[in-house]
Design a protein around this ligand. Structure first.
Ligand code: ADP
Ligand code: ZN
Ligand code: ZN
Length: 699
């Protein structure tokens, strides 16, 4: 080094390094300037140049190389203020808790476009943004909301009492939870702070955005979800980070949005499984929201009519056997005295049997009659079936051939619109064969029923009725869902067939009957959360009916079942969520399942089931002494996943259970490097990927 050269500073930078590299902490670089943690930089990594985030150097890190071997930071993205310490703390916690690399986590949660820009482009972006903001200064004057109901006023008072403690707002569908979110937001905005409101699905953001915009016309509202263009997403993120956005609305990824002046975090429909990421870093945005709230001293409001049992338990007072961590605020009644629809549990075993050799009708006669009555009265009905396509499988009655997927251990679904057989797991699609591919029989028949077939059958059974359908097939194209919803709202549909997609959130005014036609599968599923999810779905679906006080008096929720006495339906009859939860919690406690225990799932994928299982066996054997030393950590033998082969990849998993969360965390942290090393050894035998899923949602 030349004597006149200024001294170089050593800085830590986290970059997205692949899992198998074993590098997870910050890497050391040199830079002419001392850089503040949170600064974005471009650094050389191998032969590439990548975006990284400056991180405090880990003094004890063994990878600290002598200065002579370090490379220099290529560029500092100076236009952007450093990401706040709270953001780094959140990312650091998430990486540790969910067993992912720090750099992977940090870079994953930044807008993708941010990785592409150099400093010149950055400066240009920021100038453009500031120009747009100057043209639209916004306003801080918020108009008044509607007069509160007594119940809402009481809820707000309870929330005020709770201070910065997380709150669970347990309110029936239509009880006015959104209004509570808006009131809380109003206070926070008035204090000059920002609000983050999370919703489970992209589909629900435009609706909420419209409502929030209407309520706060002068405020700057941005949305953040994966449906935005990269440029839009970057813009929303920047607005939040720079403190220009007052309200940020987003899906799970928005939990990582840096906020300059955070004031409130709302998690709407907190029980929704969409808050858990299902691949890569499998984080729970709801749980991270609670962590973030504590970190930043900001209240967190979780809202649901059917809270997750974890949140319910957290909000249950210690005296009642709960954890007493959250404040529970209840709003049992609907706004305007609209009653919940009457529940009718229809016993299929008592329905008349179809003639021999004929399939049973899609709906029991009684139910069909009830729908027909509504069609005549000009009211709408919603028929729920959680299976899209025409039929789940085609079958040859001569030789027994079935429409299996050649790449997955699953049937291919028959879609009649384009006469295709589609695999819902890997996407493999072919035209329906004219005859059985095995024996040439011309008479291959659909077995079972999906929404497409139900729509067709209902149109036949209800002549004159306008039958519509909403599911992922109909709404694949942009704008299709909005168009279909609009036609329902405009009264152009009498009977709407749909999957769970329609059960969520939508505000249908003229629906007076909701029917779940095949809800039994969940009762006997191997997944211990299936009943909880089904109960939530049915409650939500019921919430779609009778939202208009004018029609709520004669609204009905029908359930067609072979098991009418099942506890799930019995508690549903009286919308007794608390009763359902109590009974589920008792089962969970006896079985040692969440929320009474913490789970992690070690998952692996590979070329053969043997290879994958061998890896998992070895992985468990390697950490058995560790589990014993820590105490309380139980390791379960590996099993194939419910759909064990997808796109020619075999999958298996092993469950790890521990009554204490911190002990499980310690165990995972120590087990991780061993699993990593073993996975490298097992690569040759055909193991492709492995991952730990902490607090897995589906098992
Ligand atoms: P939830 O989110 O609990 O399902 P919403 O917030 O959507 O309930 O409220 C249900 C309906 O009641 C909405 O149409 C909403 O505009 C209306 N509403 C909520 N609060 C009030 C109020 N205080 N006065 C009048 N209408 C209200
Ligand atoms: Zn055949
Ligand atoms: Zn497939």
């Amino acid at each position: 080094m030349h004597l006149a050269d200024p001294p170089l500073h050593r800085v830590g930078v986290v970059v997205d390094t692949p899992q198998h590299s074993g590098l997870s902490g910050p890497l050391d670089y040199l830079c002419a300037d001392a850089l503040a943690p949170g600064t974005l930089v471009r650094v050389p990594l191998g032969r590439r140049e990548v975006t990284g985030v400056v991180w405090p150097l880990d003094a004890a890190a063994a990878q600290a190389l002598p200065e002579g071997q370090l490379r220099q930071v290529a560029e500092v993205l100076s236009g952007l203020p450093p990401l706040p310490a709270a953001w780094r703390a959140l990312v650091g916690f998430a990486a540790g808790y969910y067993q992912r690399g720090l750099g992977e986590m940090a870079l994953m949660v930044l807008p993708p476009e941010l990785r592409e820009l150099d400093d010149v482009q950055w400066q240009r972006r920021l100038r453009r943004l500031h120009k747009a903001l100057a043209a639209d200064p916004g306003s801080a004057a918020d108009p008044e909301g509607p007069a509160l109901t007594v119940q809402q006023a009481a809820a707000l008072a309870a929330l005020a009492q709770a201070g910065a403690q997380p709150c669970l707002l347990w309110g029936s569908t239509g009880s006015g939870k959104t209004e509570i979110y808006l009131r809380q937001s109003e206070q926070v905005l008035a204090a000059g702070r920002q609000v983050l409101i999370m919703v489970p699905e992209i589909n629900l953001t435009p609706q909420l955005e419209a409502r929030v915009a209407q309520r706060f016309p002068g405020r700057r509202i941005v949305s953040l979800h994966s449906g935005l263009t990269p440029a839009q997403r970057l813009r929303s993120w920047l607005m939040a980070h720079l403190g220009h956005a007052d309200i940020v609305l987003g899906t799970r990824l928005s939990v990582f949005t840096p906020l300059l002046r955070p004031g409130l975090i709302v998690v709407d429909e907190e029980h929704d499984p969409s808050y858990k990421q299902q691949d890569g870093a499998r984080y729970s945005a709801r749980d991270l929201a609670v962590f973030r709230g504590r970190l930043e001293g900001v209240p967190v409001l979780l809202g649901s009519a059917t809270p997750s049992l974890e949140s319910w338990f957290n909000a249950m007072p210690v005296a009642e056997g709960g954890a007493g961590r959250y404040v529970r605020v209840a709003m049992p009644a609907r706004v305007g005295d609209g009653a919940m629809p009457r529940v009718r549990v229809l016993d299929l075993s008592r329905a008349p049997k179809p003639p021999l050799g004929q399939a049973p009708p899609p709906l029991a006669q009684e139910l069909l009659a009830a729908i027909s009555e509504r069609v005549e009265r000009g009211e709408q009905s919603l028929v729920l079936l959680n299976r899209r396509g025409y039929a789940p499988v085609l079958h040859c009655s001569d030789c027994g051939w079935k429409s299996g997927c050649p790449h997955c251990s699953a049937w291919r679904v028959f879609h009649k619109v384009d006469r295709s057989l589609r695999c819902h797991h890997c996407g493999f699609t072919e035209r329906v064969p004219r005859a059985c591919p095995d024996c040439g029989n011309q008479d291959i028949a659909p077995v079972g029923r999906g929404t497409e077939r139900l729509e067709e059958q209902l149109a036949e059974a209800l002549p004159g009725a306008r039958v519509g359908r909403i599911d992922a097939d109909v709404t694949r194209h942009k704008g299709a869902l909005e168009a279909q919803l609009a036609s329902v709202h405009a009264g152009e549909v009498d009977v709407l067939v749909g999957t769970q997609m329609v059960a969520k959130g939508h505000d249908f005014r003229r629906i007076t009957l909701v029917a779940a036609v095949n809800p039994d599968a969940a009762l006997f599923a191997s997944d211990f959360r299936a009943a909880e999810r089904q109960f939530a779905l049915l409650m939500q679906a019921a919430g779609r009916a009778g939202r208009d006080a004018l029609v709520s008096g004669h609204s009905e929720m029908w359930v067609q079942t072979w098991h009418p006495t099942h506890a799930l339906y019995q508690t549903l009859r009286s919308y007794d969520y608390a009763g359902f939860a109590a009974q589920q919690l008792k089962e969970r406690e006896m079985a040692g399942l969440p929320p009474y225990a913490s789970l992690a799932m070690l998952r692996a994928e590979g070329k053969t089931q043997e290879a994958v299982q061998a890896y998992l066996q070895a992985a468990l054997a390697a950490v058995e002494p560790l589990a014993e030393a820590l105490g309380g950590v139980a390791l379960y033998p590996p099993v194939p996943t419910p759909v064990q082969r997808v796109a020619n990849v075999e999958r298996a998993q092993a469950m790890i259970e521990c009554p204490q969360r911190p002990a499980l965390q310690r165990f995972l942290a120590q087990a991780h490097p061993r699993w990593l090393a073993l996975a490298q050894q097992h690569r040759r035998s055909g193991v492709i990927r492995w991952a730990v899923d902490v607090d897995p949602l589906s098992i």
